[in-house]
Design a protein around this ligand. Structure first.
Ligand code: NAP
Ligand code: ZN
Length: 352
């Protein structure tokens, strides 16, 4: 066993603070990775504060982080896809049963025995898994991604969650040239959604509660920007969208967006607010509209997304921070004040 430096929270109300955690020695199929950057996802904050307690109660101490990029330092004897020195990525999952119908369909994210990168039972060491706010991690090679060599690593880290979570539903619902696509909420997920929708050739409209993000939305690839608190601006788009991706992390009126869909239009929720959302049946009945959800993406599709990003030079727009600023970053996340993802430079873990 190795000791790794990390940041953990001791309770739902404690700040994250320096700690030491155990990491297993690589078994024959494992890859050991020195973590260089880890993105801060709003899911980290939901989990640290136990906001998803009814579905996934948080076990403390928690070490969050599932947008990991680093360099391979050691591999098990049976590993074939990686060697020491390679760049490597890890997202929200580190294992699954590989035999269920979901795994067989390359949809490991729906496997009933899937292991999340943090706060999941750890099959090797007992207790729960610890995530990427750490200087190293050990992961089975099937759950380790190859990183295109042309991309900036701080901006690559967030692709492992924010990237795949927005890429996957857009692929599934046929976002292509000629489609009118809405992206609701311009945060970590939202800004990646804008980049992908534009890269797929769609006409992209951003819905934001922050008028100050208008210029950035256009720079990121939006064709139009709507300040969602302005009812007149919203009305202009009634009944016109093929697809809307809702990335909002907090309670909001989802019916306002369902009403913007055209017939057979789809609204996919990827945001995961703490409390249930109220849905008006009539918004769905008229126009045969549909409402669905989407959870990250399988490993094969995550690799496809990374390769797509390499080819099209796509990364997240990041604000790189030392880990000592993580608690401040969480407070800013709650104020929608992030441009547009925090990426922790893990070299900062070495200093006090
Ligand atoms: P984020 O960076 O904090 O962005 C969320 C954005 O939502 C904010 O920037 C803000 O955008 C908007 N927003 C926040 N509070 C709002 C409110 N009260 N009313 C209206 N809009 C509001 O968060 P993120 O990391 O992108 O994550 C977004 C959500 O997706 C979280 O709930 C997270 O847990 C979830 N998530 C789900 C998956 C999945 O697999 N489905 C994966 C990762 C994350 P504007 O300033 O533009 O309004
Ligand atoms: Zn995430």
């Amino acid at each position: 066993m190795n000791n790794a430096k990390a940041y953990s929270a001791a309770s739902a109300t404690s700040p994250l603070a320096r700690t030491t955690i155990p990491r297993r020695d690589p078994t024959e199929h494992d890859v050991q990775i020195e973590i260089l950057f880890c993105g801060i996802c709003h899911s980290d904050l939901h989990s640290v504060r136990n906001e998803w307690s009814s579905l996934m109660p948080t076990v403390y101490p928690i070490v969050p982080g599932h947008e990991i990029v680093g360099r391979v330092t050691n591999v098990g004897s049976a590993v074939t896809k990686f060697k020491p020195g390679d760049l490597a990525g890890v997202g929200c999952m580190v294992d699954s049963d590989r035999t269920c119908p979901h795994c067989q369909a390359d949809l490991e994210q729906f496997c009933p025995n899937m292991t999340l990168t943090f706060n999941s039972p750890d099959k090797h060491l007992g207790g729960v898994t610890y995530g990427g706010y750490s200087d190293s991690i050990v992961v089975n090679e099937r759950f380790v991604l190859h990183i295109p060599s042309n991309l900036d690593l701080a901006g690559v880290a967030p692709l492992h969650c924010a990237g795949i979570t927005t890429y996957s539903p857009m692929r599934h619902w046929g976002v292509i040239k000629g489609k009118k696509v809405g992206v609701v909420g311009l945060g970590g997920l939202g800004h990646m959604g804008v980049k992908f929708a534009r890269a797929f050739g769609a006409h992209v409209v951003v819905f934001t509660t922050s008028p100050g993000k208008k210029e950035d939305a256009l720079r990121l690839g939006a064709n139009e920007v709507v300040v969602s608190r302005n009812a007149d601006e919203m009305k202009k788009h009634a009944g016109s969208f093929d697809f809307i991706l809702d990335t909002i992390s907090a309670d909001h009126d989802i019916n306002a967006y369902i009403n913007l869909l055209g017939h057979d239009g789809n609204l996919t929720l990827v945001g995961a607010p703490e409390k249930p959302l109220a849905v008006s049946a009539f918004g769905l009945l008229f126009g045969r509209r549909s409402l669905s959800g989407s959870l990250i993406g399988g490993i094969a599709e995550t690799q496809e997304m990374l390769d797509f990003c390499g080819k099209h030079n796509i990364t997240a727009d990041v604000e790189v921070i030392p880990i000592q600023k993580v608690n401040e970053a969480y407070e800013r996340l709650l104020k929608s004040d992030v441009k547009y993802r925090f990426s922790i430079d893990m070299a900062s873990l070495k200093s006090r």
